[in-house]
Design a protein around this ligand. Structure first.
Ligand code: SF4
Length: 365
């Protein structure tokens, strides 16, 4: 079994990942402690590496950080939203300092997009992050291409890495992707660099990114850093239900910049668990487990568990047909995005300010 961070395949069964790659289960105790957080409560965050040690360190009052980032190759999509919400949760829950890498070097490596193309997307992405609730006073937002300590670390990491290791983790890739991997290890470990002085870092991330986490943990062990922890979330399926959402196919996903018309057009075509005729659906009910429209509510747009239960009940008892159900969910998403986009507009200048070139890292206390 291989996990490909750049691929579009869905993982149908998550269970083998625990045995094969040594992921740790999110325990009931963790779920209870963090039940206010939608991702933990609903099992969207389902696995981790070393998150228990991270929590312990935070409880003991150690300086902790949370690290993640975005490749500025498109507008913020729902996968980026999930990660952003987890960063914001760690900031609030543990007082963690947030390190957010705008991976413009990776956009060049993976998508061939130069900085002129990615710069406006980077500002837009960071404004989305702020509108979702990031506290900019406890955050360090930076572009990979301007962060010398991270770029220097990639050189150091290259000295400690063989091609065999990279091929075993990622398969045959071109050298620019391997370089992006080395740089990303620098992003992940940066909070632990002496000049930043954090004692633990956690990376909230989709489980498809686990090869980066394993690679960074191996490097950390070789270089004498504490191992970075990770909290993994499940994939959100593309709207057609068949693949992972992909930035390369804008119609496969919703973005936080979508207009009301975009939402209507995309969600109207999304996969449901509806039956082939109205009569059949009235008699048998529909199958919300197969339905991407239900997943949109579960993962993103319905915080209230009772409302979710209502959707399930109406669905499986055939009380509502998919057409009517979709219209209600479309309205909910349109309302959410309208509010978000109003907030984001006001935060664009702050995003620009955060991305201005400046010294890299956060001062140690
Ligand atoms: Fe999905 Fe709603 Fe249809 Fe059920 S009724 S399958 S939740 S669209």
């Amino acid at each position: 079994m291989k996990i490909n961070p750049w691929g579009s395949e869905l993982i149908k069964d998550y269970e083998p990942l625990f045995n094969e790659f040594g992921l740790q289960h999110v325990t009931d105790e963790m779920r209870e402690r963090f039940e206010k957080n939608r991702e933990f409560r609903r099992g969207i965050v389902f696995a981790h590496r070393g998150f228990d040690d991270y929590v312990k360190a935070a409880d003991e009052g150690k300086r902790v950080a949370v690290m993640s980032g975005i490749k500025p190759s498109s507008e913020f999509h729902l996968g980026s939203k999930l990660t952003a919400e987890e960063i914001i949760f760690m900031q609030k829950e543990f007082g963690a300092a947030a390190f957010y890498a705008v991976a413009d070097n990776e956009a060049l490596a993976d998508n061939g997009m130069g900085c002129e193309e990615t710069a406006p997307l980077a500002v837009s992405n960071v404004a989305d992050l702020l509108a979702l609730g990031l506290d900019p006073d406890n955050a360090f937002v930076y572009k990979q291409s301007t962060c010398l300590p991270v770029l220097n670390f990639a050189q150091l990491a290259a000295r400690r890495t063989t091609m065999a290791t990279l091929e075993a983790l990622y398969g045959h890739q071109n050298l620019s992707l391997y370089l992006a991997v080395l740089t990303q290890a620098g992003d992940i470990l940066q909070p632990l660099f002496k000049e930043n002085g954090f004692e633990r870092v956690v990376v909230p991330v989709g489980v498809d990114q686990d090869p980066h986490i394993r690679f960074s943990r191996d490097l950390a062990a070789k270089l004498g850093y504490p191992l970075p922890a990770a909290a993994f979330h499940r994939f959100f399926r593309a709207l057609n239900g068949e693949t992972k959402m992909s930035k390369r196919d804008p119609d496969s996903m919703l973005s936080l910049s979508d207009s009301a018309d975009d939402v209507k057009r995309k969600v109207s075509k999304a996969l449901t668990g509806g039956r082939s005729t109205v009569e059949e659906q009235k008699k048998l009910g529909a199958e919300w487990r197969k339905c991407v429209v239900y997943e949109l509510m579960f993962y993103h747009f319905e915080d209230d568990d009772k409302e979710l239960e209502k959707i399930r009940t109406q669905c499986e008892t055939g009380k509502i047909m998919c057409g009517e159900c979709k219209l209600k969910r479309i309205k909910k998403i349109q309302d959410y995005l309208k509010k978000h986009q109003e907030k984001k507009k006001k935060l664009m200048p702050k995003a620009e300010e955060l991305l201005e070139e400046r010294a890299c890292g956060m001062e140690a206390d």
